[in-house]
Design a protein around this ligand. Structure first.
Ligand SMILES: Nc1nc2c(ncn2[C@@H]2O[C@H](COP(=O)(O)OP(=O)(O)OP(=O)(O)O)[C@@H](O)[C@H]2O)c(=O)[nH]1
Length: 195
């Protein structure tokens, strides 16, 4: 067990139903969204894992030093909680910095601020952006692993269910830009249209 290590978790196992094709591979400035997420985490973590599904696994070719895993069989397809649980199982650490692959404007400064604002005894550090909770971005402590396991087994898959059971530091942000979330093709066209 690496006691003081922070592992970055890139959540990349979604279905992208609203986007219509795997959005991890959409591009901003010629670089894929998942690579933007990796690059955001590099300065703030000790190592990075990318957690995906079996259909997409082979497509993550530019892995660099990033280890790629698929959601553990028992909980595959159960959403972000399954991804976080898988990372905690595959890569022991103290803290996990979580990022999805659909926030191409995310800035490492968000993670730096979250980390600087952490409070003793808390198990998660999560942003609230103009009143909106952003639970897919933030830090989760390894002590949450048994709670996540319990939620997965009960099929309680909402991230808020986890935060309800955790000791959380919430950090307020006003600038929404880093948190812009690309869910639909229309979102992509709005920010990246060339005409
Ligand atoms: N490892 C893993 N990641 C997931 C899973 N579901 C969603 N994610 C990731 O979590 C982030 C947010 O996903 P969403 O946009 O809520 O879901 P999605 O399935 O990608 O998209 P929709 O099908 O349109 O809801 C993305 O980076 C997804 O790749 C999952 O079951 N396992």
């Amino acid at each position: 067990m690496n006691e003081n290590q922070t592992v970055g978790i890139v959540l990349a196992g979604g279905q992208s139903r609203r986007f219509g094709s795997p959005k991890s591979f959409a591009e901003k400035d010629g670089k894929s969204f998942y690579q933007w997420s990796i690059d955001t985490l590099v300065p703030v973590v000790n190592s990075i894992v990318l957690i995906t599904n079996r259909e997409l696994e082979k497509k993550f070719i530019d892995r660099g030093k990033v280890a790629v895993y698929t959601d553990i069989e028992q909980h595959s397809g159960k959403g972000p909680l399954a991804g976080i649980y898988t990372a905690m199982t595959k890569k022991p650490a103290t803290w996990y910095a979580v990022i999805p692959t659909d926030v191409p404007f995310m800035d490492k400064k968000v993670f730096e601020r979250l980390w600087n604002d952490r409070e003793t005894g808390k198990q998660a550090i999560i942003p609230i952006v103009n009143g909106r909770l952003q639970p897919l971005i933030g830090y989760y402590h390894v002590s949450l692993k048994p709670i996540i396991e319990k939620l997965l087994e009960a099929d309680r898959l909402n991230m808020v269910a986890l935060l309800d059971e955790a000791q959380v530091t919430y950090v307020q942000f006003e600038d929404e830009t880093p948190f812009i979330n690309i869910n639909r093709l229309e979102d992509y066209e709005r920010y990246f249209s060339t005409d």
